[in-house]
Write a protein that binds this ligand. Structure first.
Ligand code: PLP
Length: 363
């Protein structure tokens, strides 16, 4: 297959990227974090694409990158020497891979919320003769990982006593707050969550332990969390590409990627069907939006089909292209091998989504 020259040549379904919109988002976020003590640690899991992460680091205001998995950390370790896996790393194979990353001179940190996880991390690091950083993960209100704030100091003191690891600080992700559409409510829930994190920070410091990193925040809370004294970095990721759910919030980043589909059927005046079903676009945050077709909306997605309702007089025909705005960036990205980079209608590059899927060790 020859490389596509314009959007019309791209085989569908496919991800397409407006690189100018993405660059504007990256610069806008870097600008926000230029002022103030808190910096940005962009979350790589949103796009899993090294070419995008390089641009985020180049824009400045960053402490390093956030990753969700060991495979993501392996994918960025060639060009980023400061990585936080903001997630629990469990299993001897995975902790050994973290130690290998540390042995390459990367300042790598992982989240820990259990004695078991701490023991595994310490053992792997000590065996490899390296040091792995640890952030104690604090539950700040979302029923997911993390110790309760009043248990953080006890776990932190265990970290401090464990060979192979070094206590670097605390993290707490307010995922239950970031998507709240009303600004006032989002701000309140975010502030309550960060209060929980900062109460744990105080307890750790009162115990005489170091807490140099305090990491939190996402795209929906970056301008709240990022201005609270005591938070040292924000882990936002979705702002880079944006999605339908975040577009409904009052944050001014631009939609920069879409799922491109081809109309494969026009079975009734008020209906068309594209080849971009839920194997190409996830629905976990709701149906995608239809971009650029007046009055069109998703009826439902099936495996290989998007059924789209249209005004009956619509001129949409078999063979036409339709863009969907995914409701959730991260899992949609994870369905694709590459993203087509567009300047206007011209395809200027094709970037591998290098860390997609769950394939084993990346290097
Ligand atoms: C631990 C953690 N930090 C930060 C984020 C920020 O993500 P976003 O930019 O999508 O709000 C997420 C997203 O799920 C996350 O799980």
């Amino acid at each position: 297959m020859t490389a596509p020259h314009t959007v019309a040549d791209i085989p569908t379904p496919a991800l397409i990227l407006d690189v100018a919109a993405m660059q504007a988002n990256i610069e806008r976020m870097a600008e926000f974090f230029r002022e103030g003590a808190c910096k940005l640690r962009p979350h790589f899991k949103a796009h899993k694409t090294p070419e995008i992460a390089r641009r985020q680091l180049a824009a400045g205001s960053c402490t390093g990158l956030t990753c969700a998995t060991v495979a993501e950390a392996e994918a960025v370790a060639d060009f980023c020497d400061d990585i936080l896996i903001a997630n629990e790393v469990i299993g001897a194979d995975k902790t050994a891979r973290v130690a290998t990353i540390a042995s390459r001179g990367v300042d790598i940190k992982i989240a820990v919320d259990s004695h078991e996880g701490l023991a595994m991390a310490g053992e792997a690091a000590a065996t490899a003769g390296v040091e792995v950083g640890v952030l104690v993960d604090v539950n700040v209100g979302m029923p997911r990982c993390g110790v309760q704030p009043d248990a953080a100091a006890e776990l932190a003191s265990r970290v401090a006593e464990t060979p192979g690891v070094r206590l670097r600080g605390l993290m707490g992700y307010e995922g239950h707050a970031v998507g709240i559409p009303e600004r006032e409510k989002r701000e309140q829930v975010t502030r309550d969550a960060v209060d929980r994190l900062l109460s744990a920070v105080s307890a750790v410091r009162d115990a005489g332990l170091p807490c140099e990193i305090v990491s939190a925040g996402g795209t929906g809370s970056y301008d709240i969390t990022g201005r609270i004294r005591g938070v040292t970095e924000v882990q936002a990721g979705s702002y880079t590409l944006m999605d339908g759910a975040y577009e409904k919030l009052d944050i001014s980043f631009r939609q920069a990627f879409w799922v491109l589909g081809t109309v494969i059927s026009r079975p009734a005046p008020g209906l068309c069907v594209t080849d971009s079903g839920h194997k190409a676009c996830t629905e976990d945050h709701g149906n995608p939006d239809v971009d650029g077709v007046e009055g069109a909306s998703i009826l439902f997605l099936s495996d290989e089909h998007a059924s789209i309702t249209l005004p009956p007089e619509s001129a949409i025909a078999v063979g036409d292209r339709i863009r969907l705005v995914p409701s959730h960036t991260d899992p949609t990205i994870n369905l694709h091998d590459v993203i087509y980079v567009l300047e206007g209608d011209r395809v200027t590059d094709v970037w591998p989504i290098a860390a997609r899927g769950y394939a084993e060790q990346r290097r």
